[in-house]
Design a protein around this ligand. Structure first.
Ligand code: ARG
Length: 596
Protein backbone atom coordinates (compact mmCIF):
# COMPACT_ATOMS: atom_id res chain seq x y z
CA UNK A 1 0.00 0.00 0.00
CA UNK A 2 2.69 2.36 1.05
CA UNK A 3 4.61 2.23 -2.16
CA UNK A 4 1.69 1.84 -4.54
CA UNK A 5 0.14 4.85 -2.89
CA UNK A 6 3.23 6.90 -3.52
CA UNK A 7 3.39 5.79 -7.12
CA UNK A 8 -0.18 6.64 -7.90
CA UNK A 9 0.11 9.96 -6.14
CA UNK A 10 2.34 11.04 -8.97
CA UNK A 11 -0.48 10.46 -11.36
CA UNK A 12 -3.30 11.62 -9.22
CA UNK A 13 -1.82 15.04 -8.87
CA UNK A 14 -1.49 15.48 -12.57
CA UNK A 15 -4.06 17.09 -14.81
CA UNK A 16 -5.13 13.75 -16.29
CA UNK A 17 -5.91 11.57 -13.35
CA UNK A 18 -6.40 7.86 -13.66
CA UNK A 19 -10.09 8.43 -13.11
CA UNK A 20 -10.24 10.96 -15.87
CA UNK A 21 -8.57 8.52 -18.19
CA UNK A 22 -11.04 5.89 -17.24
CA UNK A 23 -13.96 7.79 -18.68
CA UNK A 24 -12.58 7.19 -22.15
CA UNK A 25 -10.63 4.05 -21.47
CA UNK A 26 -6.98 4.91 -21.56
CA UNK A 27 -7.40 7.71 -24.00
CA UNK A 28 -7.33 11.32 -23.01
CA UNK A 29 -9.94 13.59 -24.45
CA UNK A 30 -8.89 15.04 -27.74
CA UNK A 31 -8.11 18.62 -28.05
CA UNK A 32 -10.36 20.19 -30.57
CA UNK A 33 -8.87 21.22 -33.84
CA UNK A 34 -10.18 24.15 -35.76
CA UNK A 35 -11.64 23.60 -39.20
CA UNK A 36 -8.70 24.59 -41.33
CA UNK A 37 -6.27 22.61 -39.28
CA UNK A 38 -8.45 19.55 -39.34
CA UNK A 39 -8.57 19.60 -43.07
CA UNK A 40 -4.78 19.72 -43.26
CA UNK A 41 -4.43 16.82 -40.89
CA UNK A 42 -6.67 14.68 -42.96
CA UNK A 43 -4.96 15.54 -46.19
CA UNK A 44 -1.56 14.94 -44.56
CA UNK A 45 0.45 14.01 -47.60
CA UNK A 46 2.18 10.68 -47.18
CA UNK A 47 5.99 10.73 -47.52
CA UNK A 48 7.12 10.18 -51.04
CA UNK A 49 3.79 11.12 -52.54
CA UNK A 50 4.00 13.97 -55.03
CA UNK A 51 2.76 17.30 -53.88
CA UNK A 52 -0.81 17.76 -54.78
CA UNK A 53 -1.72 20.18 -57.41
CA UNK A 54 -3.96 22.83 -56.06
CA UNK A 55 -7.39 21.31 -55.94
CA UNK A 56 -10.61 23.17 -56.25
CA UNK A 57 -12.61 23.22 -53.07
CA UNK A 58 -15.10 20.55 -54.05
CA UNK A 59 -12.32 18.22 -55.18
CA UNK A 60 -10.49 18.62 -51.93
CA UNK A 61 -13.52 17.75 -49.99
CA UNK A 62 -13.87 14.59 -51.98
CA UNK A 63 -10.35 13.53 -50.99
CA UNK A 64 -11.22 14.20 -47.42
CA UNK A 65 -14.08 11.81 -47.67
CA UNK A 66 -11.50 9.29 -48.67
CA UNK A 67 -13.21 7.48 -51.49
CA UNK A 68 -11.82 3.97 -51.79
CA UNK A 69 -10.61 3.12 -55.29
CA UNK A 70 -13.29 1.39 -57.24
CA UNK A 71 -16.06 2.72 -55.05
CA UNK A 72 -18.70 4.71 -56.90
CA UNK A 73 -18.36 8.43 -56.66
CA UNK A 74 -20.30 9.81 -53.79
CA UNK A 75 -23.14 12.06 -54.39
CA UNK A 76 -22.31 15.57 -53.45
CA UNK A 77 -22.54 15.93 -49.71
CA UNK A 78 -23.64 19.08 -48.05
CA UNK A 79 -20.77 20.97 -46.44
CA UNK A 80 -21.71 20.26 -42.84
CA UNK A 81 -21.89 16.55 -43.45
CA UNK A 82 -18.50 16.43 -45.07
CA UNK A 83 -16.90 18.18 -42.20
CA UNK A 84 -18.31 15.73 -39.75
CA UNK A 85 -16.64 12.90 -41.63
CA UNK A 86 -13.35 14.74 -41.64
CA UNK A 87 -13.33 15.15 -37.90
CA UNK A 88 -14.29 11.53 -37.69
CA UNK A 89 -15.60 11.63 -34.17
CA UNK A 90 -15.85 8.09 -32.86
CA UNK A 91 -19.40 7.11 -31.95
CA UNK A 92 -20.12 7.82 -28.35
CA UNK A 93 -17.15 10.15 -27.92
CA UNK A 94 -18.00 13.60 -26.71
CA UNK A 95 -18.01 16.38 -29.24
CA UNK A 96 -14.81 18.36 -29.21
CA UNK A 97 -14.76 21.75 -27.72
CA UNK A 98 -13.34 24.34 -29.97
CA UNK A 99 -9.86 25.60 -29.06
CA UNK A 100 -7.88 28.52 -30.29
CA UNK A 101 -5.81 28.04 -33.44
CA UNK A 102 -2.42 28.21 -31.72
CA UNK A 103 -3.27 25.33 -29.46
CA UNK A 104 -4.34 23.24 -32.36
CA UNK A 105 -1.19 23.95 -34.24
CA UNK A 106 0.89 22.78 -31.33
CA UNK A 107 -0.89 19.46 -31.54
CA UNK A 108 0.28 18.81 -35.08
CA UNK A 109 3.93 19.60 -34.55
CA UNK A 110 6.58 16.98 -34.55
CA UNK A 111 7.03 16.13 -30.90
CA UNK A 112 10.66 16.91 -30.43
CA UNK A 113 10.53 20.17 -32.31
CA UNK A 114 7.60 21.56 -30.41
CA UNK A 115 9.73 23.41 -27.89
CA UNK A 116 12.77 25.43 -28.82
CA UNK A 117 15.91 23.96 -27.30
CA UNK A 118 16.56 27.07 -25.27
CA UNK A 119 13.08 27.30 -23.79
CA UNK A 120 13.38 27.67 -20.07
CA UNK A 121 9.86 26.47 -19.54
CA UNK A 122 8.35 23.64 -21.53
CA UNK A 123 4.92 25.11 -20.90
CA UNK A 124 5.72 28.18 -22.92
CA UNK A 125 6.63 26.10 -25.93
CA UNK A 126 6.14 28.16 -29.02
CA UNK A 127 6.09 25.90 -32.01
CA UNK A 128 7.12 27.05 -35.41
CA UNK A 129 4.27 27.71 -37.73
CA UNK A 130 2.61 24.61 -39.04
CA UNK A 131 3.91 25.20 -42.55
CA UNK A 132 7.55 25.49 -41.45
CA UNK A 133 9.56 22.31 -41.90
CA UNK A 134 10.64 20.95 -38.56
CA UNK A 135 14.16 22.09 -37.72
CA UNK A 136 16.63 19.47 -36.53
CA UNK A 137 16.58 19.59 -32.76
CA UNK A 138 19.34 17.21 -31.77
CA UNK A 139 16.98 14.30 -31.19
CA UNK A 140 15.42 11.89 -33.60
CA UNK A 141 13.22 14.63 -34.98
CA UNK A 142 16.21 16.02 -36.87
CA UNK A 143 15.76 13.54 -39.66
CA UNK A 144 12.07 14.25 -40.09
CA UNK A 145 10.60 17.01 -42.13
CA UNK A 146 6.90 16.40 -41.75
CA UNK A 147 4.60 17.40 -38.96
CA UNK A 148 2.81 14.71 -37.04
CA UNK A 149 -0.97 14.66 -37.13
CA UNK A 150 -2.82 15.05 -33.86
CA UNK A 151 -4.06 11.52 -34.24
CA UNK A 152 -0.58 10.14 -34.86
CA UNK A 153 0.75 12.05 -31.89
CA UNK A 154 -1.95 10.69 -29.65
CA UNK A 155 -1.43 7.20 -31.04
CA UNK A 156 2.30 7.31 -30.51
CA UNK A 157 2.50 9.01 -27.14
CA UNK A 158 2.53 7.12 -23.86
CA UNK A 159 2.77 10.10 -21.54
CA UNK A 160 -0.88 9.85 -20.50
CA UNK A 161 -0.08 6.63 -18.71
CA UNK A 162 3.68 6.18 -18.42
CA UNK A 163 4.16 9.28 -16.27
CA UNK A 164 3.44 6.90 -13.44
CA UNK A 165 7.02 5.82 -14.02
CA UNK A 166 8.34 9.31 -13.26
CA UNK A 167 9.63 8.45 -9.82
CA UNK A 168 11.48 5.42 -11.14
CA UNK A 169 12.70 7.36 -14.17
CA UNK A 170 14.25 10.04 -11.98
CA UNK A 171 15.87 7.46 -9.70
CA UNK A 172 17.36 5.72 -12.75
CA UNK A 173 18.64 9.01 -14.18
CA UNK A 174 20.24 9.99 -10.89
CA UNK A 175 22.13 6.72 -10.64
CA UNK A 176 23.13 6.89 -14.30
CA UNK A 177 24.44 10.46 -14.02
CA UNK A 178 26.46 9.63 -10.90
CA UNK A 179 28.06 6.71 -12.66
CA UNK A 180 28.78 8.76 -15.80
CA UNK A 181 30.61 11.32 -13.67
CA UNK A 182 32.53 8.70 -11.71
CA UNK A 183 33.70 7.15 -14.93
CA UNK A 184 34.68 10.52 -16.36
CA UNK A 185 32.08 10.33 -19.12
CA UNK A 186 30.52 13.60 -17.99
CA UNK A 187 31.98 16.15 -15.60
CA UNK A 188 31.13 16.24 -11.91
CA UNK A 189 29.79 19.73 -12.55
CA UNK A 190 27.34 18.33 -15.08
CA UNK A 191 26.35 15.55 -12.69
CA UNK A 192 25.64 18.11 -9.98
CA UNK A 193 23.57 20.22 -12.35
CA UNK A 194 21.62 17.12 -13.38
CA UNK A 195 21.03 16.20 -9.74
CA UNK A 196 19.83 19.71 -8.97
CA UNK A 197 17.49 19.69 -11.96
CA UNK A 198 16.10 16.25 -11.17
CA UNK A 199 15.46 17.25 -7.56
CA UNK A 200 13.57 20.29 -8.79
CA UNK A 201 11.54 18.17 -11.24
CA UNK A 202 10.77 15.66 -8.51
CA UNK A 203 9.41 18.48 -6.39
CA UNK A 204 7.36 19.86 -9.25
CA UNK A 205 5.83 16.45 -9.88
CA UNK A 206 5.11 15.88 -6.19
CA UNK A 207 3.42 19.27 -5.94
CA UNK A 208 1.43 18.67 -9.12
CA UNK A 209 3.14 21.55 -10.84
CA UNK A 210 4.85 19.64 -13.59
CA UNK A 211 3.27 20.08 -16.99
CA UNK A 212 3.24 16.85 -18.93
CA UNK A 213 3.15 17.40 -22.65
CA UNK A 214 1.95 14.92 -25.15
CA UNK A 215 4.15 16.65 -27.68
CA UNK A 216 7.10 15.16 -25.79
CA UNK A 217 5.72 11.68 -26.23
CA UNK A 218 6.67 9.86 -23.05
CA UNK A 219 7.86 10.22 -19.49
CA UNK A 220 11.51 9.98 -20.50
CA UNK A 221 11.39 12.82 -23.02
CA UNK A 222 9.18 14.96 -20.79
CA UNK A 223 11.62 14.80 -17.92
CA UNK A 224 14.68 15.20 -20.12
CA UNK A 225 13.14 18.24 -21.81
CA UNK A 226 12.35 19.89 -18.51
CA UNK A 227 15.80 19.05 -17.18
CA UNK A 228 17.46 20.69 -20.15
CA UNK A 229 15.24 23.71 -19.75
CA UNK A 230 16.32 23.92 -16.10
CA UNK A 231 20.04 23.17 -16.28
CA UNK A 232 20.96 23.65 -19.92
CA UNK A 233 23.56 21.51 -21.68
CA UNK A 234 24.17 19.21 -18.69
CA UNK A 235 20.62 18.00 -19.21
CA UNK A 236 21.43 17.06 -22.77
CA UNK A 237 24.41 15.02 -21.60
CA UNK A 238 22.31 12.81 -19.32
CA UNK A 239 21.31 10.58 -22.20
CA UNK A 240 24.94 9.68 -22.95
CA UNK A 241 25.47 5.91 -22.95
CA UNK A 242 21.82 5.04 -22.61
CA UNK A 243 18.69 4.77 -24.74
CA UNK A 244 15.03 5.00 -23.96
CA UNK A 245 14.99 1.25 -24.56
CA UNK A 246 17.12 0.34 -21.56
CA UNK A 247 15.68 3.31 -19.68
CA UNK A 248 12.08 2.16 -19.95
CA UNK A 249 13.00 -1.43 -19.10
CA UNK A 250 14.77 -0.13 -16.00
CA UNK A 251 11.90 2.14 -15.01
CA UNK A 252 9.40 -0.65 -15.37
CA UNK A 253 11.43 -3.02 -13.24
CA UNK A 254 11.93 -0.40 -10.53
CA UNK A 255 8.24 0.42 -10.54
CA UNK A 256 7.16 -3.20 -10.50
CA UNK A 257 9.55 -4.04 -7.69
CA UNK A 258 7.90 -1.42 -5.49
CA UNK A 259 4.47 -2.57 -6.54
CA UNK A 260 5.27 -6.18 -5.67
CA UNK A 261 6.56 -5.17 -2.24
CA UNK A 262 3.41 -3.19 -1.57
CA UNK A 263 1.16 -6.01 -2.73
CA UNK A 264 2.98 -8.50 -0.51
CA UNK A 265 2.33 -6.23 2.47
CA UNK A 266 -1.35 -6.27 1.55
CA UNK A 267 -1.41 -10.04 1.07
CA UNK A 268 0.13 -10.47 4.50
CA UNK A 269 -2.55 -8.22 5.98
CA UNK A 270 -5.25 -10.34 4.39
CA UNK A 271 -3.63 -13.48 5.74
CA UNK A 272 -3.60 -12.00 9.23
CA UNK A 273 -7.30 -11.17 8.97
CA UNK A 274 -8.00 -14.76 7.89
CA UNK A 275 -5.99 -16.09 10.83
CA UNK A 276 -7.99 -14.01 13.27
CA UNK A 277 -11.31 -15.10 11.83
CA UNK A 278 -10.20 -18.74 11.61
CA UNK A 279 -8.98 -18.71 15.21
CA UNK A 280 -12.46 -17.79 16.34
CA UNK A 281 -13.93 -20.67 14.33
CA UNK A 282 -11.51 -23.53 14.86
CA UNK A 283 -14.44 -25.54 16.31
CA UNK A 284 -17.29 -24.19 14.20
CA UNK A 285 -18.62 -27.02 12.11
CA UNK A 286 -19.88 -26.62 8.59
CA UNK A 287 -20.42 -29.03 5.75
CA UNK A 288 -17.42 -29.44 3.48
CA UNK A 289 -18.38 -29.79 -0.18
CA UNK A 290 -17.24 -31.60 -3.27
CA UNK A 291 -19.21 -30.98 -6.47
CA UNK A 292 -20.99 -28.42 -4.31
CA UNK A 293 -22.74 -31.36 -2.63
CA UNK A 294 -22.36 -31.93 1.10
CA UNK A 295 -19.35 -34.24 1.49
CA UNK A 296 -17.86 -34.35 4.99
CA UNK A 297 -17.97 -32.05 7.97
CA UNK A 298 -15.12 -29.59 8.31
CA UNK A 299 -14.55 -26.62 10.56
CA UNK A 300 -15.08 -23.12 9.29
CA UNK A 301 -11.59 -22.29 10.57
CA UNK A 302 -10.15 -25.05 8.42
CA UNK A 303 -12.06 -23.79 5.41
CA UNK A 304 -10.72 -20.26 5.91
CA UNK A 305 -7.20 -21.57 6.32
CA UNK A 306 -7.46 -23.18 2.89
CA UNK A 307 -7.48 -19.64 1.49
CA UNK A 308 -4.58 -18.76 3.72
CA UNK A 309 -2.61 -21.60 2.17
CA UNK A 310 -3.38 -20.27 -1.32
CA UNK A 311 -2.33 -16.76 -0.36
CA UNK A 312 0.89 -18.08 1.20
CA UNK A 313 1.81 -19.56 -2.19
CA UNK A 314 0.78 -16.33 -3.90
CA UNK A 315 3.26 -14.47 -1.74
CA UNK A 316 5.95 -17.03 -2.56
CA UNK A 317 5.24 -16.54 -6.25
CA UNK A 318 5.56 -12.76 -5.95
CA UNK A 319 8.81 -13.14 -4.04
CA UNK A 320 10.15 -15.53 -6.63
CA UNK A 321 9.15 -13.34 -9.55
CA UNK A 322 10.71 -10.33 -7.79
CA UNK A 323 14.11 -12.02 -8.08
CA UNK A 324 13.91 -11.88 -11.85
CA UNK A 325 12.36 -8.40 -11.84
CA UNK A 326 15.27 -7.12 -9.79
CA UNK A 327 17.97 -7.18 -12.46
CA UNK A 328 19.28 -4.02 -14.05
CA UNK A 329 18.93 -3.61 -17.84
CA UNK A 330 20.52 -0.13 -17.93
CA UNK A 331 23.74 -0.18 -19.94
CA UNK A 332 22.13 -2.27 -22.68
CA UNK A 333 21.47 1.07 -24.41
CA UNK A 334 19.39 0.73 -27.58
CA UNK A 335 20.15 -2.94 -28.09
CA UNK A 336 23.87 -3.64 -28.43
CA UNK A 337 25.35 -2.02 -25.35
CA UNK A 338 27.46 1.11 -25.46
CA UNK A 339 31.00 2.09 -26.34
CA UNK A 340 31.37 4.27 -23.23
CA UNK A 341 33.29 2.84 -20.26
CA UNK A 342 30.20 2.46 -18.07
CA UNK A 343 29.96 0.66 -14.73
CA UNK A 344 26.69 -1.25 -14.70
CA UNK A 345 27.30 -2.92 -11.37
CA UNK A 346 27.72 0.46 -9.73
CA UNK A 347 24.34 1.58 -11.08
CA UNK A 348 22.77 -1.71 -9.96
CA UNK A 349 24.03 -1.18 -6.43
CA UNK A 350 22.79 2.40 -6.30
CA UNK A 351 19.32 1.34 -7.43
CA UNK A 352 19.13 -1.76 -5.22
CA UNK A 353 19.15 -4.28 -8.07
CA UNK A 354 20.51 -7.73 -7.21
CA UNK A 355 22.45 -8.05 -10.45
CA UNK A 356 22.75 -6.77 -14.01
CA UNK A 357 21.05 -8.41 -16.99
CA UNK A 358 23.25 -10.74 -19.01
CA UNK A 359 22.40 -9.85 -22.60
CA UNK A 360 21.65 -6.42 -23.99
CA UNK A 361 19.30 -7.60 -26.77
CA UNK A 362 17.26 -9.63 -24.32
CA UNK A 363 17.28 -6.93 -21.65
CA UNK A 364 15.74 -4.20 -23.78
CA UNK A 365 13.12 -6.41 -25.34
CA UNK A 366 11.80 -9.16 -23.11
CA UNK A 367 9.01 -8.44 -20.71
CA UNK A 368 8.85 -11.93 -19.24
CA UNK A 369 9.37 -10.47 -15.77
CA UNK A 370 6.12 -8.55 -16.17
CA UNK A 371 4.36 -11.61 -17.56
CA UNK A 372 5.48 -13.65 -14.57
CA UNK A 373 4.09 -10.97 -12.32
CA UNK A 374 0.83 -10.94 -14.27
CA UNK A 375 0.57 -14.70 -13.92
CA UNK A 376 1.14 -14.50 -10.17
CA UNK A 377 -1.39 -11.68 -9.94
CA UNK A 378 -3.92 -13.61 -11.99
CA UNK A 379 -3.58 -16.51 -9.57
CA UNK A 380 -4.23 -14.20 -6.62
CA UNK A 381 -7.37 -13.06 -8.36
CA UNK A 382 -8.39 -16.62 -9.20
CA UNK A 383 -8.02 -17.53 -5.53
CA UNK A 384 -9.97 -14.50 -4.39
CA UNK A 385 -12.64 -15.20 -7.00
CA UNK A 386 -13.16 -18.62 -5.42
CA UNK A 387 -13.58 -17.05 -1.99
CA UNK A 388 -15.85 -14.41 -3.49
CA UNK A 389 -18.00 -17.05 -5.15
CA UNK A 390 -18.39 -18.83 -1.83
CA UNK A 391 -19.39 -15.59 -0.13
CA UNK A 392 -22.03 -15.05 -2.80
CA UNK A 393 -23.42 -18.52 -2.15
CA UNK A 394 -23.07 -18.43 1.62
CA UNK A 395 -24.72 -15.05 1.98
CA UNK A 396 -27.71 -16.30 0.03
CA UNK A 397 -30.48 -17.09 2.54
CA UNK A 398 -30.69 -20.63 1.14
CA UNK A 399 -27.26 -21.19 2.67
CA UNK A 400 -27.30 -18.45 5.26
CA UNK A 401 -23.80 -19.39 6.44
CA UNK A 402 -22.57 -15.82 6.59
CA UNK A 403 -23.93 -12.31 6.84
CA UNK A 404 -22.05 -9.58 5.03
CA UNK A 405 -22.00 -6.14 6.60
CA UNK A 406 -24.28 -3.73 4.80
CA UNK A 407 -21.40 -1.56 3.66
CA UNK A 408 -20.21 -4.33 1.36
CA UNK A 409 -23.61 -4.75 -0.26
CA UNK A 410 -26.12 -2.71 -2.20
CA UNK A 411 -29.86 -2.70 -2.52
CA UNK A 412 -31.99 -2.96 -5.62
CA UNK A 413 -33.59 0.06 -7.21
CA UNK A 414 -36.77 -1.90 -7.77
CA UNK A 415 -36.90 -4.79 -5.28
CA UNK A 416 -36.97 -3.39 -1.75
CA UNK A 417 -36.12 -6.69 -0.09
CA UNK A 418 -32.83 -7.19 -1.92
CA UNK A 419 -29.38 -7.09 -0.36
CA UNK A 420 -26.89 -7.87 -3.07
CA UNK A 421 -23.34 -9.08 -2.34
CA UNK A 422 -21.73 -6.56 -4.68
CA UNK A 423 -18.22 -6.71 -3.27
CA UNK A 424 -17.79 -10.46 -3.73
CA UNK A 425 -19.40 -10.24 -7.14
CA UNK A 426 -17.03 -7.47 -8.18
CA UNK A 427 -14.02 -9.36 -6.87
CA UNK A 428 -15.16 -12.32 -8.94
CA UNK A 429 -15.65 -10.02 -11.92
CA UNK A 430 -12.35 -8.22 -11.57
CA UNK A 431 -10.51 -11.52 -11.77
CA UNK A 432 -11.55 -11.52 -15.44
CA UNK A 433 -9.77 -8.29 -16.13
CA UNK A 434 -6.53 -9.36 -14.49
CA UNK A 435 -6.59 -12.69 -16.33
CA UNK A 436 -7.19 -10.61 -19.47
CA UNK A 437 -4.10 -8.52 -18.74
CA UNK A 438 -1.98 -11.67 -18.42
CA UNK A 439 -3.26 -12.79 -21.79
CA UNK A 440 -2.59 -9.34 -23.26
CA UNK A 441 1.05 -9.37 -22.20
CA UNK A 442 1.60 -12.92 -23.41
CA UNK A 443 0.17 -12.07 -26.80
CA UNK A 444 2.07 -8.77 -26.88
CA UNK A 445 5.38 -10.60 -26.45
CA UNK A 446 4.60 -13.52 -28.69
CA UNK A 447 6.63 -13.57 -31.92
CA UNK A 448 8.32 -10.21 -31.35
CA UNK A 449 11.64 -10.28 -33.14
CA UNK A 450 14.69 -9.14 -31.19
CA UNK A 451 15.25 -6.56 -29.89
CA UNK A 452 13.07 -3.66 -28.68
CA UNK A 453 9.83 -3.07 -30.57
CA UNK A 454 7.36 -0.30 -29.92
CA UNK A 455 4.76 -2.99 -29.24
CA UNK A 456 6.21 -3.02 -25.75
CA UNK A 457 4.81 0.41 -25.03
CA UNK A 458 1.52 -1.48 -24.70
CA UNK A 459 2.81 -3.39 -21.67
CA UNK A 460 2.18 -0.57 -19.24
CA UNK A 461 -1.55 -0.07 -19.04
CA UNK A 462 -2.32 -3.75 -18.36
CA UNK A 463 0.46 -3.85 -15.80
CA UNK A 464 -0.65 -0.68 -14.04
CA UNK A 465 -4.26 -1.76 -14.06
CA UNK A 466 -3.37 -5.15 -12.62
CA UNK A 467 -1.52 -3.54 -9.73
CA UNK A 468 -4.32 -1.02 -9.11
CA UNK A 469 -6.98 -3.70 -9.27
CA UNK A 470 -5.13 -6.00 -6.91
CA UNK A 471 -4.43 -3.18 -4.47
CA UNK A 472 -8.12 -2.27 -4.34
CA UNK A 473 -9.36 -5.84 -4.17
CA UNK A 474 -6.93 -6.81 -1.41
CA UNK A 475 -7.79 -3.76 0.68
CA UNK A 476 -11.52 -4.37 0.37
CA UNK A 477 -11.41 -8.12 0.94
CA UNK A 478 -9.17 -7.62 3.98
CA UNK A 479 -11.63 -5.14 5.42
CA UNK A 480 -14.48 -7.52 4.73
CA UNK A 481 -12.76 -10.50 6.38
CA UNK A 482 -11.57 -8.41 9.33
CA UNK A 483 -14.75 -6.55 10.12
CA UNK A 484 -17.55 -7.33 7.69
CA UNK A 485 -18.23 -11.03 7.85
CA UNK A 486 -20.37 -12.73 10.49
CA UNK A 487 -20.44 -16.52 10.50
CA UNK A 488 -23.85 -17.96 11.32
CA UNK A 489 -22.50 -21.01 13.10
CA UNK A 490 -25.90 -22.52 13.88
CA UNK A 491 -26.88 -22.48 10.22
CA UNK A 492 -23.57 -24.03 9.23
CA UNK A 493 -23.95 -26.78 11.78
CA UNK A 494 -27.54 -27.48 10.79
CA UNK A 495 -26.48 -27.79 7.15
CA UNK A 496 -23.77 -30.27 8.14
CA UNK A 497 -26.53 -32.34 9.78
CA UNK A 498 -28.51 -32.43 6.59
CA UNK A 499 -26.35 -34.10 3.99
CA UNK A 500 -25.33 -37.44 5.61
CA UNK A 501 -21.96 -35.77 6.03
CA UNK A 502 -20.68 -38.48 8.36
CA UNK A 503 -21.31 -41.38 5.97
CA UNK A 504 -17.57 -41.82 5.39
CA UNK A 505 -17.06 -41.98 9.15
CA UNK A 506 -19.52 -44.87 9.37
CA UNK A 507 -17.67 -46.68 6.59
CA UNK A 508 -14.34 -46.10 8.36
CA UNK A 509 -15.95 -47.42 11.58
CA UNK A 510 -16.89 -50.66 9.80
CA UNK A 511 -13.41 -50.95 8.31
CA UNK A 512 -11.97 -50.71 11.80
CA UNK A 513 -14.26 -53.63 12.70
CA UNK A 514 -12.77 -55.74 9.92
CA UNK A 515 -15.01 -54.97 6.93
CA UNK A 516 -13.25 -54.31 3.60
CA UNK A 517 -13.61 -50.65 2.61
CA UNK A 518 -15.54 -51.37 -0.61
CA UNK A 519 -18.05 -53.54 1.32
CA UNK A 520 -18.31 -50.95 4.06
CA UNK A 521 -19.01 -48.32 1.38
CA UNK A 522 -21.88 -50.42 0.06
CA UNK A 523 -23.36 -51.00 3.54
CA UNK A 524 -23.34 -47.29 4.26
CA UNK A 525 -24.82 -46.46 0.87
CA UNK A 526 -27.82 -48.63 1.72
CA UNK A 527 -28.10 -47.04 5.15
CA UNK A 528 -28.11 -43.61 3.49
CA UNK A 529 -30.96 -44.72 1.23
CA UNK A 530 -32.91 -45.75 4.32
CA UNK A 531 -32.25 -42.35 5.93
CA UNK A 532 -33.44 -40.64 2.75
CA UNK A 533 -36.63 -42.71 2.86
CA UNK A 534 -37.19 -41.66 6.46
CA UNK A 535 -36.27 -38.08 5.57
CA UNK A 536 -33.66 -37.86 8.27
CA UNK A 537 -29.89 -37.62 8.44
CA UNK A 538 -27.83 -40.80 8.60
CA UNK A 539 -26.68 -39.89 12.10
CA UNK A 540 -30.32 -39.73 13.21
CA UNK A 541 -31.13 -43.35 12.32
CA UNK A 542 -31.81 -45.42 15.44
CA UNK A 543 -29.32 -48.15 16.33
CA UNK A 544 -31.63 -51.03 15.40
CA UNK A 545 -32.19 -49.58 11.96
CA UNK A 546 -28.40 -49.31 11.47
CA UNK A 547 -27.83 -52.80 12.72
CA UNK A 548 -30.07 -54.16 9.96
CA UNK A 549 -27.31 -53.17 7.52
CA UNK A 550 -24.47 -54.67 9.55
CA UNK A 551 -24.47 -56.65 12.79
CA UNK A 552 -21.02 -55.15 13.52
CA UNK A 553 -22.60 -51.81 14.34
CA UNK A 554 -22.79 -51.06 18.06
CA UNK A 555 -23.90 -48.19 20.26
CA UNK A 556 -20.37 -46.78 20.05
CA UNK A 557 -21.13 -45.90 16.42
CA UNK A 558 -22.65 -42.60 17.53
CA UNK A 559 -19.20 -41.49 18.67
CA UNK A 560 -18.17 -41.31 15.01
CA UNK A 561 -21.51 -40.37 13.55
CA UNK A 562 -21.57 -37.06 15.42
CA UNK A 563 -20.16 -34.02 13.65
CA UNK A 564 -17.73 -33.25 16.45
CA UNK A 565 -16.48 -36.83 16.56
CA UNK A 566 -16.02 -36.76 12.82
CA UNK A 567 -13.89 -33.62 12.65
CA UNK A 568 -11.91 -34.50 15.78
CA UNK A 569 -10.87 -37.78 14.19
CA UNK A 570 -9.11 -36.03 11.27
CA UNK A 571 -6.20 -35.41 13.51
CA UNK A 572 -3.07 -35.08 11.39
CA UNK A 573 -1.12 -32.28 9.70
CA UNK A 574 -3.46 -30.67 7.20
CA UNK A 575 -6.57 -32.26 8.77
CA UNK A 576 -9.69 -30.46 9.97
CA UNK A 577 -9.51 -31.47 13.66
CA UNK A 578 -9.85 -28.27 15.73
CA UNK A 579 -6.49 -28.90 17.40
CA UNK A 580 -4.86 -29.14 13.98
CA UNK A 581 -6.59 -25.98 12.76
CA UNK A 582 -5.24 -24.13 15.79
CA UNK A 583 -1.78 -25.50 15.08
CA UNK A 584 -2.03 -24.44 11.43
CA UNK A 585 -3.01 -20.92 12.46
CA UNK A 586 -0.10 -20.75 14.89
CA UNK A 587 2.32 -21.97 12.25
CA UNK A 588 1.03 -19.47 9.69
CA UNK A 589 1.22 -16.61 12.19
CA UNK A 590 4.72 -17.62 13.06
CA UNK A 591 5.69 -17.84 9.40
CA UNK A 592 4.56 -14.31 8.60
CA UNK A 593 5.62 -12.95 11.97
CA UNK A 594 8.76 -11.51 10.52
CA UNK A 595 6.99 -10.01 7.50
CA UNK A 596 5.67 -6.49 7.72
N1 ARG B 1 7.56 4.90 -24.56
C1 ARG B 1 8.41 3.84 -24.96
C2 ARG B 1 7.94 2.51 -24.35
O1 ARG B 1 7.16 2.52 -23.51
C3 ARG B 1 9.80 4.12 -24.52
C4 ARG B 1 10.84 3.45 -25.36
C5 ARG B 1 10.80 4.03 -26.71
N2 ARG B 1 11.88 3.57 -27.49
C6 ARG B 1 11.94 3.78 -28.81
N3 ARG B 1 12.95 3.33 -29.43
N4 ARG B 1 10.96 4.38 -29.44
O2 ARG B 1 8.35 1.46 -24.73
Amino acid sequence: MRVAGAASAIVDKQPHTRKANKSAPGRPKRESVPKREARRVVLNRAPGRPKRESVPKRGARRVVLNRAPGRPKRESVPKREARRVVLNRAPGRPKRESVPKREARREVQHPMSAAPESSSDPDSAKPPSAATPVPPSGTWSGRFSEPMSERMQRFNASIDFDRRLAHADIAGSRAHAQMLAERGIITHGDAQAIERGLAQIEGEIARGEFTWQRAFEDVHFNIERRLTALVGDAGKRLHTARSRNDQVATDLRLWLREAIDALVVQLVALRRALHDLAAGHADSIMPGFTHLQVAQPVTFGHHLMAYDAMLARDIERFADCRKRVNRLPLGSAALAGTSYPIDRERVARTLGFDSVTANSLDAVSDRDFAIEFEAAAALVMVHLSRFAEELVLWSNPRFGFVTLADRFCTGSSIMPQKKNPDVPELVRGKSARVIGHLTALLVLMKAQPLAYNKDNQEDKEPLFDTVDTLADVLAIVTDLVATGLTANVERMRAAAHEGHATATDLADYLVRKGVAFRDAHEVVARAVREAEARQCDLAALPLDALQRFSPLIDADVFGVLTLDGSVASRDHIGGTAPSRVRAAIDAARHEIGSKT
